[in-house]
Design a protein around this ligand. Structure first.
Ligand SMILES: [Fe+2]
Ligand SMILES: [Fe+2]
Length: 272
């Protein structure tokens, strides 16, 4: 399969990196209002969500290693991925620091919790680069939506420190999602049918990364549902806006679904 020219990918990476360096950089140490930590009222649900997202972000070694392996021959993609990993690392760090500095978790608890989480390994859910680009777009946009909602919940609860953490990290997630959407746009221009087939396949099997690896996952999902994160919200705030942004209609996606089912039927009818 062809997959965009290296020149094009390099240009996209450089544009993303320049904006990130010039306009989006933030410091875990200097830009968050840590002075508020002592005055923060504990909130069990917000803390549990922060811990869950911290765990998901903590699979960064797997995300970076597996992703780099997949794109190692492409300068634009490999360098982009390393910058992305640096930004994701700050997300885990700021959530972790928030939990410890506000006294809602101890440093020892976080070490044990992360060790437990990382005793399981994340594997990429799809085999090709283009499918992982589609997955990246949906995953980043979902993460952005979740963090924006958490930011508002933190603000409502009077926790300005946590709201500030979510504000910075959701800005990064929006930029990551935007990059993947641009790449999907270029893929569509190159091979529309193939890219739509990938988009269908990924969306029909989509789950957030590593959630099933995080300790005590079922209880965490319950809390996330109770704060309004569910499949309907995913469709309305993530999936349909993604389709509209890349200019793919639901009809085109439906056609890809029908072709996929026909291909499955054909494969099932083959002698084993
Ligand atoms: Fe992140
Ligand atoms: Fe991200």
């Amino acid at each position: 399969m062809t997959y965009l020219s290296e020149k094009d990918l390099y240009r996209r990476y450089m544009e993303f990196f320049e904006i990130a360096e010039r306009k989006r950089r933030w410091s875990v140490f200097d830009d968050l209002p840590w002075a508020l930590a002592d005055r923060t009222q504990p909130n069990a649900d917000l803390a549990l969500c922060a811990e869950t997202f911290c765990a998901v972000e903590s699979y960064m070694p797997d995300y970076v290693a597996e992703g780099l392996n997949l794109v190692r021959e492409s300068f634009g993609q490999a360098w982009w991925h390393v910058n992305w990993g640096y930004e994701e690392a700050k997300h885990a760090l700021s959530l972790r620091e928030y939990l410890v500095r506000t006294g809602q978790r101890t440093a020892e608890h976080m070490l044990d919790f992360e060790a437990d989480a990382l005793s399981r390994r994340w594997k990429p859910p799809f085999p090709t680069i283009r499918q992982m680009v589609c997955y990246g777009a949906l995953q980043e946009k979902t993460t952005w939506m979740i963090y924006r909602r958490q930011m508002m919940a933190a603000r409502e609860a009077g926790d300005e420190l946590l709201a500030s953490v979510y504000r910075f990290i959701s800005r990064d997630e929006a930029a990551h999602g935007g990059f993947y959407l641009d790449v999907i746009g270029a893929c569509l221009a190159e091979d529309r049918d193939g890219t739509i087939a990938d988009l269908y396949r990924v969306s029909s099997q989509f789950t957030m990364p590593a959630y099933d690896l995080v300790p005590d996952y079922e209880r965490r999902v319950e809390v996330m549902r109770s704060i309004g994160i569910n499949r309907a919200v995913f469709l309305r705030e993530v999936f349909l806006p993604v389709l509209s942004r890349v200019g793919v209609s639901r009809r085109e996606l439906g056609r890809a679904a029908a072709m996929n089912k026909a291909a499955d039927r054909h494969t099932e009818s083959l002698p084993r």
